[in-house]
Design a protein around this ligand. Structure first.
Ligand code: SAH
Length: 252
């Protein structure tokens, strides 16, 4: 499971933190590091702080957008130092690691970490199946990003070491179909949004929280590829019917 886990850092400001993350990861047996638009990278401070983990920095993938970092991931977890406007399914690191041990061997987990100053945006957090909060002092809740990676990576490692004993949640175990990848889910959400606009259920000028609520519901189910295809098939049919009912539309 450690090989299946990707650590994603969004817009990191200090290259030293990237180095410290690489070190924390290598200590715990993680190796897949993805950097989304880092401010300064590569940088000597990153290499200095990585100690013996320069190999992780050399193999780190640098991408422009979070979507690119997550496209081939099946389970996405976003970390946050504080509660947000719409609560999302929330786990602590130990619960998250227990879920991770139930992933099929071909599935990939991404754990996403935010900017030093502002964390992750609501939009970024809404890309995630689950959120993880490290239960810190409420009056001083924000860890250094590399310290947060260390805690998460440690729990993942402990879960692997304890795997035989763990009573983990059961979804994803010996499932007959692969879980949908993030890119497939994002296409589903685009399709759903378009259909809801076409049938006048969603007002694009006043969308409120509708798409976020639907996103949260669908992500909570952690859908597989066939489920996503079925939903998209239904949407296509709804769109055709709606078009045929509009004046001048085609008959179905
Ligand atoms: N001021 C920011 C904190 C940024 S700390 C905010 O309020 O969101 C940088 C990153 O470290 C966060 O985006 C998150 O990925 C991680 N982090 C820090 N403290 C955390 C905590 N208690 N639980 C989970 N992640 C945490």
């Amino acid at each position: 499971m450690l090989e299946q886990t990707r650590i994603v850092l969004v817009n990191t400001t200090h290259p030293g933190n990237i180095g410290a993350v690489a070190r924390a990861m290598k200590n715990m047996g993680l190796s897949d590091l993805c950097l989304v638009a880092p401010k300064l990278f590569p940088h000597p401070d990153a290499f200095a702080r990585s100690s013996g983990a320069a190999d992780l920095l050399e193999s780190a993938r640098v991408v422009e957008t979070l979507d690119q970092a997550l496209a081939d991931c099946h389970l996405v977890v976003g970390t946050s130092a504080r509660g947000r406007h719409i609560p999302w399914p929330l786990l602590n690191p130990r619960q998250m690691a227990a879920v991770a041990t139930t992933l099929q061997p071909q599935s990939r987990l991404a754990v996403v970490f935010g900017r030093e100053d502002r964390g992750l945006t609501n939009e970024e957090l809404q890309l995630c199946h689950h959120h993880v909060h490290i239960p810190t002092n409420e009056a001083f809740s924000s860890l250094n990003v590399a310290a947060a990676v260390q805690v998460i990576a440690y729990e993942l490692r402990m879960a692997v070491l304890d795997q035989d004993k763990a009573e983990a949640p059961q979804w994803g175990v010996s499932w007959d179909i692969d879980l949908a990848e993030n890119r497939e889910l994002e296409l589903l959400f685009d399709h759903l949004e378009q259909t809801l606009v076409d049938i006048d259920f969603l007002d694009p000028d006043n969308p409120r929280q509708l798409m976020n609520r639907l996103r949260r519901m669908i992500l909570r189910a952690v859908p597989d590829k066939v489920e996503v295809n079925v939903l998209r098939g239904i949407l296509t049919k709804v769109e055709r019917l709606a078009a045929s009912r509009k004046p001048g539309g085609d008959d179905v």
